[in-house]
Design a protein around this ligand. Sequence first.
Ligand code: TPP
Ligand code: MG
Length: 260
Amino acid sequence: MENRELLEKAKKIRRNCLIQVSAAKSSHIGSMLSIADILAYLFYKEIKKEDRFVLSKGHASLALYAVLADKGIISEEMLKTYCKNGSCLIGHLNHKVPGVEVSTGSLGHGLPMAAGMALANKIDGKSARVYCLIGDGECQEGAVWESLIFISNHDLKGLVIIIDANKLQGYDFCENIFPEKRLIAMLKATGLNFYEINGHDFSDMEKTFEKIGNSKNEKASIIFAHTTKGKGVSFMENKLEWHYKSPDDEQLKKALEELK
Ligand SMILES: Cc1ncc(C[n+]2csc(CCOP(=O)(O)OP(=O)(O)O)c2C)c(N)n1
Ligand SMILES: [Mg+2]
């Protein structure tokens, strides 16, 4: 798929997230908007049938549900039930939704599961990949570091960890909790392949995934993707409040105007 088409896919993910979050009066729109480009690239260009994907930052579930609806794995009608009573499309990612591998939402739990999947592939002699998308604030969870030790120790080559470095977490800028430079130094110290990219630039993603594909290195990879929380909606970009707030009708209209 061309970059121009990927951009349209990402815009559609963003629009669907805005519409459903607004209808449900629910949270985490900023967290969804920051990963729309990464999801578009992964699901329309990178991930093959035999590969697996774990969204560890499960509070951004709707962004994945929007991809699944666009691909026809769930219906557009089902997407509209997001966060409504009785729906399986709950606010934190639910494995009961077709196309979803594992339930997540308790931060730090996705990477250990992805590591287990990658180990299973290794034992079975499968060359399939496991992709795991985690948050930058989520990197403060202990289970992430236990997983990285395990991944490093078992040489889980087929695992690609993508960190959505959107610089914000639940209550503050990440920098005020744990400086990004030190996080990067710790990630590099795992000895895994390490790449830094612009998480909104498809060409950058393409170059990096090609490098990983061509790599003869028997190691897992970490892609540290610099992103903007709330990306694509000017008044939501880089604003802490849009972790929790839901757009009202006027704000939704304005946001959708920007994503035409
Ligand atoms: C174990 C755990 N603690 C707290 C929360 C509440 N919570 C949900 S999202 C979030 C912030 C996550 O920040 P980050 O990983 O940077 O993701 P972003 O929202 O920026 O995409 C918090 C604290 C949670 N879901 N799980
Ligand atoms: Mg973050």
